[in-house]
Design a protein around this ligand. Sequence first.
Ligand SMILES: [Zn+2]
Length: 448
Amino acid sequence: MAKKLIVLSSKELVLSFLINQDAVYKVRVDKRGASRLVDTIFKGKVKRLAKGMEGIFVDIGLERDAFLPLKGENYKVGEGLIVQLVREPEKEKGAKLTTNVKLVGKYLVYFPRGREVKCSSKVTAEEREKLCSLIENELKEEGVILRSSACGTEPELIKQELQKLRELWQWVQKRAKVLKKPQPILEEYPSYIRLIRDNWRDLEEIVCDDAILWNYITSFLEEFEPSMLRKNLYIKDLAHYIHRYRLYESLRSIFSKVVWLRSGGYIVIEEAEACTVIDVNSGDPTGSCHEENALKTNLEAVEEIAKQIILRDIGGIILVDFIDMKKQESKNCVINALQSAFGEEACGITIYGFTRLGILEMVRKKTGKSISRSLSEECPICSGRGYMKSNAMLLLEIEKELINSGHRVAEVCVHPLRYERMREALPTSLQVRESYEVSVNDYSISYA
Ligand SMILES: [Zn+2]
């Protein structure tokens, strides 16, 4: 399938759009100058044992110590180790680590400390058997995932890549010995390179509006797949692409809670701290819904839900409140449809089914913030709650202060958003003024 990668840059941000079948399939964000943490390999140092948490805290040179869950292994405080970051640090929590390091290539994902051989789900059974036996003969005490791009690839090339990844691991180990302080050993690539690495077989074009980034992509391709160099274009003004693939519209839609379905129904996506809640609505004002119609709308919603989760890169716990269905048969139908709607992204997703309250539970592997979160800051007016004080409440506060004040009131000043409503509600004898200097949630009273 033909895909395109559009890399749009500004002074502080680099936005990568993966286009699939003429539509934006993924948007990924990199901050200029910031190093990528997820999948970066670090030299770490054990700081302390995490009591009652089955793990240890490891200094990897970041502001906060990272957490490494353990399964029976033993480490001493002060001991050095090689770890890979699997989850970005959040507000309160430090980063999460693993010792099961992975190195990603064109055909293989290599686990120097792993033992298993796995195969991408996109590979056919017949091909799978052939590839697995080929690689099993080559492996010592190592693990490998064969990527779908290994299909139909000459065995010699796959063996060569395995050797290359082994050498890279040896280099990482050597570096770890040399480095004294905790710090990154092998930094993971930015999103646009990762997107190339994961989709290289299908990519027909890469466009980028920044000469430095274009050079960086070029030098990556020279090493990775020189035949792709001719597909990598530097185009100073991407207006044509922005227009044709509706890039800004797709960005705007990422910030929208409501997504409409063709049938008139809609879904509401609420990203909260602990989980994401998706509500499915039929759009039928009577609210009554027959099993058949419920299933039909739910199946339509399933497609959009999978699309939005991938587009917005939503991870962690996801709860979906579908339109009520009575029959188990219908529920199974929705679960199966959801599983297949994720397509090539299905491997990172576990669907647990419906809870007793009829909510569908699933988990998507989380490595960091979603796209809308990484492009947002907390709203200073509502402190991130999404709501502001009601007019009635503000009015109550003003009324109470007016009663309590023994002085003669000169004027009440409110934010322009409140002005009309307050002027209406407050006694006409009062002077009401509007000013952007007053917060939406506040007012100021001046006395004569
Ligand atoms: Zn707000």
